[in-house]
Ligand binder design. Structure first.
Ligand code: EPS
Length: 393
């Protein structure tokens, strides 16, 4: 791993913090770019009261000087505005775990005296700082001519599955203008209705977010060892985002139901450029990027805090009971898009730097440009008979 990062902070504590290590020098990284990601993460449709309290903005206190990365560790923080409401508060005991949240197992595992000690750190509030870290990688990728965009591809039973994304800029504008981060107006209207219905029913909803990266060079990741497969690494990162229960690369779910001849992305030549007739495998073969658009969909379960009580047990009295409602979102999917863009950007940037080597933008950019422009003449096959010799036989 070239890029490493850690986050810290409790949901209702004073602040969230991150340290990011391994970012090369001389890339532009700005507060403005990161704050735009944070603003998108605060989208209101489907959100609960907390998003009216927070005004997330990043503070960059190390590793970026005069808007350029130095190559040193980057330190970030976001102040929790809600801390003002919590710092002198007498906190009610929290003894009934919400099924689906970390409450029950976390309290058991860490032998906490109150469930809140678990939920404070397990909370998806942590995604605010992860989103800020990811925005750095996203901004750097854009300087290497790699564009990455995420959108909502389903909410509840309503979905939107575009077949081909060519004009990523106009797509991006449509996503940003949509209340549910879905570029298709008809699908978006149906999704909005789903969220409103769920709220009326005092329930919550999940959905899916698809991220697409264009111009990502071939040959990042590797088939030679299980832990070097880039699609596997990405899947693990996506699952680590709160609420995610499944990850799909390309059209993975549909592909599992079809014939091989229908699924493989067949290869053709366009002058001396190698092209594919489809992208069902989402830009990956053998754990390596192919140069085709990277396509990753993350599936989020509905939020655990439901207005309608559900069965649980009181961990203090030891009796069966029902959950007690605390303020929460109905559906966090519309505002989660920049988190996934950021998390995917981090894996893509990391793997790219592993492939190119280099410590500065100047070293890396040249090598990336070469990789992005490969063609049939870059192969050096001898086309001669050979034997597979091992000296110890
Ligand atoms: C969350 C519960 C809610 C969400 C929170 C995630 O917070 P609160 O308990 O303060 O109402 O709003 O998400 C955020 C605070 C955020 O910034 O995304 C949970 O339990 O996971």
């Amino acid at each position: 791993m070239k890029i490493k990062y850690l986050t810290a902070g409790e949901s209702h504590g004073p602040e969230l913090t991150a340290i990011v290590e391994g970012i090369p020098s001389n890339f532009e990284v700005t507060k403005e770019y990161i704050d735009k990601f944070l603003l998108r993460r605060q989208k209101t449709l489907g959100s609960g009261g907390r998003m009216n309290i927070e005004k997330d903005q990043v503070l960059i206190t190390s590793g970026v000087v005069n808007k350029l990365t130095t190559g040193g560790p980057i330190a970030l923080k976001i102040i929790n505005q809600d801390w003002q409401n919590w710092k002198d508060k007498e906190i009610e005991p929290y003894v009934v775990p919400r099924p689906g949240h970390a409450d029950l197992v976390g309290t058991l595992k860490y032998n906490h005296d109150d469930i809140r000690l678990t939920l404070e750190r397990a909370s998806a509030r942590e995604t605010a700082i992860r989103c800020a870290v990811g925005a750095i990688a996203h901004q750097i990728l854009s300087q290497l001519n790699i564009q990455l965009v995420g959108f909502v591809s389903s909410i509840g039973g309503q979905s939107f599955n575009p077949t081909n994304i060519t004009d990523i800029t106009s797509f991006k504008n449509l996503i940003e203008q949509s209340d549910v981060s879905c570029p298709d107006k008809n699908a978006a209207d149906l999704m909005i209705k789903e969220i409103k219905d769920a709220r009326k029913k005092k329930d919550t909803l999940g959905g899916a977010i698809t991220c697409v990266a264009i111009n990502y060079p071939p040959g990042c990741g590797s088939y030679v060892q299980f832990d070097r497969k880039l699609d596997a690494k990405i899947s693990s990162s996506m699952i680590s985002v709160q609420s995610v229960k499944a990850v799909e690369i390309g059209n993975g779910f549909e592909a599992s139901k079809k014939y091989g001849t229908e699924v493989q992305d067949q290869i053709k030549l366009d002058n001396n450029k190698i092209k594919r007739i489809s992208n069902n495998l989402g830009g990956f073969e053998g754990g390596m990027s192919t140069g085709e658009p990277i396509m990753v969909t993350s599936y989020l379960k509905p939020i655990s805090t439901t207005l309608t009580p559900i069965k649980s047990v009181d961990l203090h009295s030891g009796k069966e009971t029902e959950t007690i409602y605390e303020r929460s979102d109905t559906c966090a999917v519309p505002r989660a898009v920049p988190i996934f863009e950021g998390v995917l950007s981090l894996d893509l940037l990391n793997s790219l730097i592993e492939k190119t080597g280099g410590d500065s933008k100047e070293e890396i950019a040249k090598r990336v440009d070469n990789l992005q422009n490969y063609n049939i003449e870059d192969f050096e096959l001898s086309n001669k008979k050979w034997t597979m010799g091992y000296e110890n036989e």
